[in-house]
Design a protein around this ligand. Structure first.
Ligand SMILES: Nc1ncnc2c1ncn2[C@@H]1O[C@H](COP(=O)(O)OP(=O)(O)OP(=O)(O)O)[C@@H](O)[C@H]1O
Ligand SMILES: [Mg+2]
Length: 430
């Protein structure tokens, strides 16, 4: 699971930290930097799945460019940016920080890449974190031209980055009888599998980021059977239809149960079915009951935009592998305010049941209010510094006069008035 994203010289940010919790909400006015944050996660996901850096930035035939491509990747006028992401380790005390530094000019290249292990010694204060470099540059991913990503560990061992404990253990095992060959063999046996396991874990966690931005017009077409949902939701029918029958009926019945209260009419059931002679494509359907006992079968071609977006979000929650990070931009898009509470309930229920972390951006006051006061510790506000123009991220809880603000209105109301951003820039001036 991902715990934190750090941006340095990335797009409009000089430096910012974004905590990633089970449900994190990113708010801020237009052009405050929300989508820039989301794009950092998207870029990291592309890197972790083995795309070349330049392709990850400019896109290719299959996936789109990060907005502005290479030219707008680093904060103007810098020519280098660093992205770091903190990944939870196997035990509660160890996290791994993956960092990648990219130079954008005169050519695009990785100038540094490492994994740092962070072990909490006693309590959780920062000074008590023991850090050591696990991998020196260019070791997480193989950047050769082919797309095979996770390269197995190299045979040359960087002892300098080894956990001190492991070094001690090994040297005591060798009884201080230093024989370099034995040492290397012992290291290979102990350290390389550990490194590989950590590497795989990190790459897998980052790879499991899915940005979802459902585009209803694309969801109305037939789609090929598939086991991975596309960002735009275009193959939703193909994903549902490709599930094994037990899983399919479970997912479809959960989906149907949640969708029931969504539209004005009464949707009884949502499902997908393979179509055509070869059954390699699928279509999404629903049954609507307008008059009691009278079912009408509707296919995706005629479903409403909001309904399709809603179905896509629930399907993503229900079909992504456990431990995934879902990123939903402008989740309120196409959502009627009266459905905000239903959406929030779904995000919380399925998210916690399936251990799927969610980062969402929203402008919608109804949605913010539906999230209730318990969301306050997990709200992050993006805003632009008045003097430098740089984007900043601030935890809502860290805003000095928050109690006063909240006393004057709900979160949704404060957002409508722009009161949070105003308070941030006022504080800066004082
Ligand atoms: N490399 C860069 N250097 C400086 N500023 C940049 C860079 N790249 C993007 N920006 C700035 O980031 C801003 C866009 O931010 P972003 O798209 O993240 O806003 P947003 O919060 O998602 O807004 P909206 O709510 O309208 O979608 C633009 O004003 C743009 O000038
Ligand atoms: Mg945006």
């Amino acid at each position: 699971m991902l715990k934190q994203l750090i941006l340095e010289n990335w797009k409009s940010f000089r430096y910012a930290e974004l905590p990633l919790d089970p449900l994190t909400v990113l708010i801020g006015t237009n052009a405050s930097g929300k989508s820039n944050v989301v794009e950092a996660l998207e870029f990291l996901q592309r890197v972790a799945r083995g795309e070349k850096i330049e392709t990850a930035l400019v896109g290719d035939k299959i996936f789109p460019s990060i907005r502005g491509g290479v030219e707008w990747a680093a904060l103007k006028p810098e020519t280098e940016f660093i992205l770091k992401i903190l990944v939870a380790g196997e035990d509660e005390k160890t996290d791994y920080l993956y960092a990648i530094k990219i130079q954008t000019l005169p050519e695009v290249k990785v100038s540094e890449e490492y994994i740092q292990s962070q072990r909490v010694k006693g309590d959780f204060s920062t000074s008590d974190i023991e850090k050591f470099q696990l991998f020196s540059p260019h070791t997480l991913l193989d950047r050769s031209d082919n797309k095979s990503n996770l390269k197995r560990a190299e045979s040359i061992i960087d002892i300098s980055g080894m956990p001190p404990k492991l070094l001690e253990e090994i040297s005591s095992k060798l009884n201080n009888n230093i024989n370099i060959n034995e040492l290397v063999t012992e290291l290979n046996r102990n350290y390389l599998p550990l490194k590989n396991r950590i590497k795989d874990r990190i790459a897998l966690s980052i790879n499991r980021i899915l940005l979802i931005n459902p585009i209803p017009s694309k969801m109305r077409e037939y789609s090929s059977l598939s086991d991975t949902l596309e960002s735009d939701g275009s193959n939703i029918a193909g994903v549902l239809a490709a599930l094994d029958s037990e899983q399919k009926s479970e997912v479809e019945s959960t989906l149907s149960a949640y969708i029931k209260d969504f539209p004005e009419g009464d949707i009884k059931r949502v499902f997908a079915e393979p179509v055509g002679r070869l059954k390699t494509d699928a279509m999404l359907y629903c049954e609507e009951e307008w008059k009691p006992g009278e079912m009408t079968l509707i296919d995706a071609k005629t479903m409403s935009d909001g309904t399709l977006r809603f179905i896509a979000i629930i399907t993503a929650l229900l079909t992504r592998p456990e431990g995934s990070q879902l990123v939903i931009e402008e989740i309120d898009n196409g959502l009627h305010p009266s459905r905000a509470e239903l959406l929030v309930r779904i995000l919380r229920e399925i998210g916690s049941k399936r251990k799927i972390d969610i980062l969402l951006t929203t402008h919608n006051p109804a949605l913010l209010d539906a999230l209730g006061p318990e969301i306050v510790p997990f709200v992050v506000v993006a805003h632009r510094d008045r003097e430098t123009g740089e984007s900043k991220l601030t935890l809502l809880e860290d805003i000095e006069n928050l109690p006063l603000l909240l006393a004057s209105g709900s979160l949704g109301r404060l957002a409508t008035k722009g009161a949070i951003e105003k308070s941030l820039s006022d504080n800066k001036q004082s």
